[in-house]
Design a protein around this ligand. Sequence first.
Ligand code: SF4
Length: 370
Amino acid sequence: MTEQATTQQAVADPSGEVLLRVENVVKYFPLKSTRLFQRSHEAVHAVDGVSLEVRKGQTLGLVGETGCGKSTLARCIAKLYDVTSGKITFDGTDITRLSAHRMRPFRREIQMIFQDPYGSLNPRRRVGSIIGDPFAIHRTASGQERKRRVQHLMELVGLNPEHYNRFPAEFSGGQRQRIGVARALAFTPKLIICDEPVSALDVSIQAQILNLLSDLQRDLGLTYVFIAHDLSVVRHVSNRVAVMYLGKIAEEAAVEDMWHHPRHPYTDALLSAVPLPDPDHALQRERIILAGDVPSPINPPSGCRFHPRCPKARQDCVVTVPELAPRLGDGADHVAACHFPVEDGEDISLSKPAIAADQRVIESGLIAGT
Ligand code: SF4
């Protein structure tokens, strides 16, 4: 990033009030049968028993590769998807199965910012009208009052209020993401779910948006769930980080604790891929190359889901699902789902898995019919 993001908040306050609690949430997408009059019993296991907490005024970073279930989880929290099972509590209210009518007040308080500032704005509508949508939908302001509030939001996110009548195409990528942020802020929500808000932007613009989100959090007391696949971006904005792999949480900890003491081999591999500003340091570091692709979420591997790709895999990993728990003497707020966690200073790129390559391929579902 050419402009330094100044948004780092290394300290997670474990005593803060919990705004969002996700308990054992499962989201499966049933597959249609290819045979006429026959039901398929197969499903995509997008999210499989995830539990999390987010405290007021803090940011939880949610990290993982494409297809790990982080965006599906975000949509479950925002109630864009109904969960298959589990419970979501927002500000003390169980919102898991609220009807559309009873969910309405909460819709103002939980907002989303989407990844693609190009695709998420209607190119035929003027920016003032796009940002004013929430006021129109909830019928809270019209005419000059709506215009005044929209222009205030534009100012808040660093847009020129005089550009109220312009079209999205007249704005740059970063400015378009600011339009998305302004729309999300219409009712000063308590929780904003940022779904990869900077990954479609040039690196030079990313820091500006991260700094904007941080300033807004400080000034308005916002709480964020920040989704990204890049751990270095998450480090700049998060208090805590949860790493997801194939629908499950692999590790969760305060951001600096995870950065310096990763316990799960998957977290270690993600960290080894983060670009380092110091070229000498970068040359010394071993990149951990994971074997194979992410297995299918339709038929996830037995035991630890990461075992077909894990450099430290042992026979136990194939059979027993590891619990998300403190490892190697860590405190209760640093948990990892791994039987053989990474020790401080250990180089897992030197590890050799103690299970047969054939078995790893079969377990990963890479052989047809397995
Ligand atoms: Fe690797 Fe085993 Fe830990 Fe899973 S439980 S991450 S396979 S060492």
